[in-house]
Design a protein. Sequence first.
Length: 481
Amino acid sequence: MTAAMEQWSWPPRFDDGYFPQADSRYWFPHRETMPQAEREAAILARLQAICAYAWDHAPFYRRKWDEAGFHPSHLKSLEDFEEKVPVIRKADLRAAQAAHPPFGDYLCVPDAEVFHVHGTSGTTGRPTAFAVSQGDWRAIANAHARIMWAMGMRPGDTICVAAIFSLYMGSWGALAGAERLGAKAFPFGAGAAGMSSRCAQWLDILKPAGFYGTPTYAIHLAETAIRDGLDPRRFGLKYMFFSGEPGASIPSIRERIEDLYAAKVYDSGSMGEMTPWMHVGGSRETPGMLCWQDIVYTEVCDPQTHRRVPYGQRGTPVYTHLERMSQPMIRLESGDLTVWTNDPTPCGRTYPQLPMGIIGRVDDMITIRGENVYPSEIEAALCQLPGYGGEHRIFITREGTMDEMMISVELDPERWERGEDVRRAFHAQVAAHLHSMLGLRSVIEIVAPNTHPRTDFKAKRVIDDRAAFAEMLRRQEKVSS
Ligand code: 8LQ
């Protein structure tokens, strides 16, 4: 087994000088293409080792598992794992850090070994800190380099990281991967005023092969470049890889970005806590994302029972680190929604796939008159329409006793200028298309280009005032009773 699996050890150790043959499709040829049953046997052994390690080092897991009646010695199969090991949630991590600041009682290495501190944005409530040891940072760099290799990036390529360099793991993970790959790392960043124009200018000068950011930002950046008189197709980009939000696995959005830049688009990304977050990530030949099971073990589960759903079905990813020592996540429930499959892949890797990427968060679902719809489905439908101006907002409100959805859609500048008739025709087209794609009618508003603010990070397109509305009704009832 050891000879058969390249650089597979616990604790994880990596040869930082290792590179595959230049013409190899795979970074670790055997590990990526081995029969699934063989890999699963290795994963089970690793899960046993990690559970024993967490039991010894993390009161957090001992407490959780005691409550659930689980002990690492009970783990004899992957079915035991899903049946007996309880999921943990982001709220559990937050509570553990509040009780044991700053890193929580699931930090498994001495405090002095913490090498980087990152964390959640914490826009609502207490932020959660990610403590990453130096060894884990190497594991992250090696895993990301391996997946970036699968996307086609090679030593010597220039890779522009166009995401904010703060606590967000996206930018840092891409940077660590680029460095380990022997690429020319170009950490342009994002987030300061005027940066998009300068980024476009730099891309035009530097002609990098690779680009990392969010899909929303890539579209905004292309719009900015075009406004500044630059042609993004002449940036010379070959590989654009994304994370952070749905888009890169949605055909109409992927094609829009590929068309804007004349580059190939790849999807990746799970959660900051799960870094190396590219462990769900695309490869050059296989659409959507692969679950790189020997980096993080992904189970797509029923959101209620947390048991794996059959391949072909929808569920929520539950993730377990196999190569992290500092804050290993064991069955972290993502709260996202995806479909997993397990078909032979064009790239020959024997990993399960997420062919549609991650659709959204389970609680992002909008229910209007009994129909369920995800914001990413609305975006996908709009991106299919010639004339779509690149941004929209979804307003959900309670009109009388019924929930209503209003979608405010930008028209592109050229059509907008053509006047009222063109605008009206676009209105009818949007209404009909959304009705047929979503199965429900919504109120449509067509607005001028650039009406809605752009972002250089993850888009927030849903404005939901149903809760405020219900609250107002309650207040009124109190006053009148
Ligand atoms: N999320 C992340 N990646 C996604 C993707 N490719 N498709 C759809 N939704 C995605 C550091 C990486 O960018 C991962 C990341 O964004 O981590 P965060 O900031 O902790 O946010 C995690 C959430 O972003 C996930 O739960 C998905 O809802 C979304």
